[in-house]
Design a protein around this ligand. Sequence first.
Ligand code: NAD
Length: 477
Amino acid sequence: MTSPFGHYIDGSWTRPAPAAPVIDVLNPATLRTAGSVAAGDRDDVDRAVRAARAAFPEWAATPLSRRIQAVADLAVALEANRERLALTLATEMGAPLTFARQAQVGVAIADLEALIDAAKQLPGPRPVSNSLVVSEPVGVVAAITPWNFPLHQIVLKAGAALLAGCTVVLKPSEVAPLNAAVLTELVDELGLPAGVFNVVFGDGASVGEPLCAHPDVDMVTFTGSRAVGERVARSAAATIKKVALELGGKSAAVVLDDADVPATAEQVVRSCFANTGQTCAALTRLLVPRADLEEWHKAVVAATARWQPSDPLIYDTVMGPLASTVQLKRVREHIERALADGATLLTGGPDALPELGPGAYIAPTVLGGVTPGMRIFREEVFGPVLAVTGYDSEDQAVELANDSDYGLSGGVWSADPQRALGVAKRLRTGTVGINGAGLDVGAPFGGYRQSGIGRECGAAGLAEFLESKTVMGARDL
Ligand code: NAD
């Protein structure tokens, strides 16, 4: 048994005392321990924030070229450690190894590259009206992240904050913190000034809340559930902190009547089931012409047959277990509620899969006959569950897609891309893909409505960590 990772504060790892509380991380495929981390508290938060505050003036004054070099070195280090990180992700949250290499780690590297490109194009001081306008780092940033694409979510926040000149206190998810520990080892090797990057492991109540409420934190950037996002905003409100929130979604795939049915079914199913459905922007509601429902049901069930769950460490596994047994219980309850509400089970279902052992496995599930009155039409499942709904007209399809408290993502399929674009413009979501186009880490990512506040990725993601200062009367200085 390896010893638990301590926190990383002021440029050093803390060493947990033998009796100190730790968080054991369970491998969701085997339910055996994959590793452990220290369980932090308010005092750890306070020490980390003090270190970040002390380091801020020097890091903010560090030339941008030096900060860019540090983040570029981190991207190189991620690439060199792709295998180790992928294995860590596979064992702590069940991502299939091939997917972890390409999507989990690969996207994190691409995130940093896009942020670096954006930083290279940051405008310097600029004349506006009678003033000179300068961009300055926000200050000490608290970054709180979830477990589903944990490395991607950490580097989007930490990478952008460091490039902007902010110092960081990271609280990774307690469900999958081990990739953050590996990342921190890589950051440690960059030789940043002590206190620029700090990590406190722990849960939401003991570490997350004190971090959000801390008077010396200038900004909280959070990715996670809508419910916790609301608590984060409330905790931060007492000191009027800047808050960026990336929350959940219930995104719709709007398929127009001229789209290719089998090819589109493959793409929608991939969006919904990749990462075992634990993707905030997953297309989990499929809206299809009512007249073609039968054909769609068959096509979606056929496409789903290729998404059978299996051991994440086997090279051709496409779908691993859910990230935890807690998540398994939640997903089962969603399916059971949908069936109780009158949805039809087309394939899958809530039953255990004993042939796969004790892990948090669930069959990919497709539900037909889903109507706006059902909970499955509105609630985020965060598991491999696709809800199919028929529509009678293009206007009704748009209405159904927009009939959600969320507004994170969407997709439109049509044989005529201009027609698809026309519908895409009517969707009230932060991103929308035409004919299967997926995440673009160089362009803004974020949500409308209860899917969040602010944007991540590229120039827009970097801008979140900058304040704008107007120096009046200095236009020509
Ligand atoms: P979660 O909200 O339960 O936890 C997220 C993080 O918040 C964790 O680090 C947790 O410890 C911390 N936390 C919990 N309570 C807190 C509190 N009171 N104060 C401060 N921090 C607290 O989310 P999760 O289950 O880890 O992740 C799944 C959710 O994340 C889904 O709803 C999903 O849609 C969302 N998500 C959104 C995006 C996006 O970019 N929009 C991306 C990925 C995941």
